[in-house]
Design a protein around this ligand. Structure first.
Ligand code: AMP
Length: 327
C-alpha cells in the first residue's frame, strides 16, 4: 500500500540512472552540431599559499554573453526559459518537473551542464530546498557511477553571474583534471578543515553535508547557516538577515558530495598586467574559485598570469572579505 511521505521523507527528485552517459551523449551531439561551443582549454597548476590552484584558459568564454545590466535588457535572450531540444538533457523533479538539466553553451570543460528552474525564478533570490535537493540528486547520480560532480552557484553583482534565470552549474571532476600535470583536487572538498580555510586570502564558510542523505530541507538549513555567516562577515552582526526572497549580499555557493561552502563576494575580480605593467585584461572569478580554479578568457591574460602568478593571489585577496584567520 502506498504511504504518504512525511515532510522529512519527501521524495528525492527522480533522475535517470544513467545520468553521466546521458550528459556525455548530449554534449558530444551538440558539440558536433555546434550548438555547444567547446574548444579544448589550456591548463596550468599554480600554488597559492601551498594550495594547488589551476589556471584554465578557455577560449569559449570570450563569446559568452554579458549580463543584462551591460546589454539592453529588452534584447536579452533567456536560454533557460524554454531550452531547445539540442540543449536540453532532461527535465526532472517531482511532477510537473521543477527543473531542467541543460548543456552549457560555453562549456569550460567537457560535459559542463546546468540545472535551471523550469519556471523563471530570480538568480538573486535565496535558493529553495528543491533547488538544493535537485543539485544533490545529480551529485548522487554521478556517485553511483563512481564519478564526482562539482556544483556551483553565482548570485549577485560581484559573484561572476551573468544570467538572471535561476541556475546552478555542474562540472564532472574527472574532466576538470584533464590536461593537468601534478596533484590537484576540488578545493571545496577540503574546506571543512580550518587549516585549509586559513590558507585562503578570503573568508569562506563550509560544513560537512555527508549524512544528510540529500534531504532538501536539511541542505537548506546548512545553506542558511553558511549564508548567515557570510552576511555577518559583510554586513555585520547587527543586520536583520532574511531567509526568503532577494539575497542581501553577493556570494558563491559550492557543493560536493561531502561539503557545502559559501564565499561572500565584494568584487568580481581585478586587473591583470603584463611584465611591463600594461593592463591586458581583467581576471573575473565565479564559483569555480571554490574548486581551486581560475578561468581566463584571453591569451594575453593567460600569458601574463603564468609569468606572474602572484597576480592571481592578489585578485583572490580582493574578491571577498579578507581572511581574519590569515591576518
Ligand atoms: P552565470 O554566468 O553564472 O550566470 O552562468 C550562466 C551560464 O549560462 C554561463 O556559464 C554561460 O556559459 C551559460 N550560457 C549562456 N548562454 C547560454 C545558452 N544560450 N545556452 C546554454 N547556456 C548558456
Amino acid at each position: 500500500m502506498a504511504t504518504t511521505p512525511s515532510n522529512k521523507m519527501r521524495p528525492t527528485p527522480h533522475l535517470p540512472p544513467n545520468l553521466p552517459s546521458l550528459v556525455a551523449t548530449a554534449f558530444s551531439r551538440s558539440v558536433a552540431t555546434k550548438a555547444v561551443n567547446f574548444y579544448p582549454t589550456s591548463v596550468t597548476l599554480l600554488t597559492i599559499n601551498s594550495i594547488p590552484f589551476q589556471l584554465r584558459y578557455s577560449p569559449s568564454l570570450a563569446s559568452k554573453p554579458k549580463p543584462p545590466s551591460v546589454t539592453t535588457p529588452k534584447l536579452f535572450f533567456n536560454p533557460f526559459a524554454s531550452p531547445t531540444q539540442e540543449m536540453l538533457i532532461t527535465p526532472f523533479g517531482t511532477s510537473p518537473p521543477s527543473h531542467n538539466l541543460v548543456l552549457n553553451k560555453f562549456a569550460v570543460v567537457p560535459e559542463h551542464f546546468i540545472l535551471s528552474t523550469s519556471a523563471f525564478k530570480p538568480q538573486t533570490h535565496l535558493l529553495e530546498a528543491d533547488d538544493l535537493a535537485a543539485a544533490y540528486a545529480c551529485i548522487d547520480a554521478y556517485a553511483r557511477h563512481n564519478k564526482e560532480l562539482f556544483v556551483f552557484f553565482n548570485s549577485g553583482d560581484h559573484s561572476g553571474a551573468s544570467q538572471p534565470h535561476r541556475h546552478l552549474q555542474l562540472l564532472p571532476v574527472e574532466n576538470m583534471k584533464e590536461g593537468l600535470e601534478g596533484e590537484w583536487d576540488v578545493l571545496a572538498k577540503g574546506l571543512t578543515d580550518p587549516n585549509t580555510r586559513g590558507k585562503l586570502p578570503f573568508e569562506v564558510f563550509a560544513r560537512n553535508i555527508e549524512g544528510l542523505g540529500g534531504d532538501g530541507e536539511e541542505l537548506r538549513r546548512v545553506y542558511l547557516e553558511l549564508y548567515n555567516q557570510a552576511c555577518e562577515a559583510v554586513l555585520g552582526v547587527a543586520e536583520d538577515i532574511k531567509h526568503e526572497g532577494e539575497a542581501q549580499i553577493s556570494y558563491n555557493l559550492a557543493m560536493t558530495n561531502n561539503t557545502m561552502a559559501v564565499v561572500p563576494r565584494l568584487t568580481e575580480g581585478g586587473v591583470v598586467k603584463d611584465k611591463d605593467g600594461q593592463e591586458v585584461g581583467n581576471l573575473a572569478l565565479n564559483g569555480t574559485v571554490l574548486a581551486g580554479t581560475a578561468l581566463v578568457r584571453s591569451e594575453m591574460e593567460w600569458n601574463a598570469l603564468r609569468e606572474d602568478p602572484d597576480q592571481v593571489n592578489q585578485v583572490l585577496g580582493r574578491i571577498g572579505v579578507p581572511n581574519r584567520a590569515k591576518m
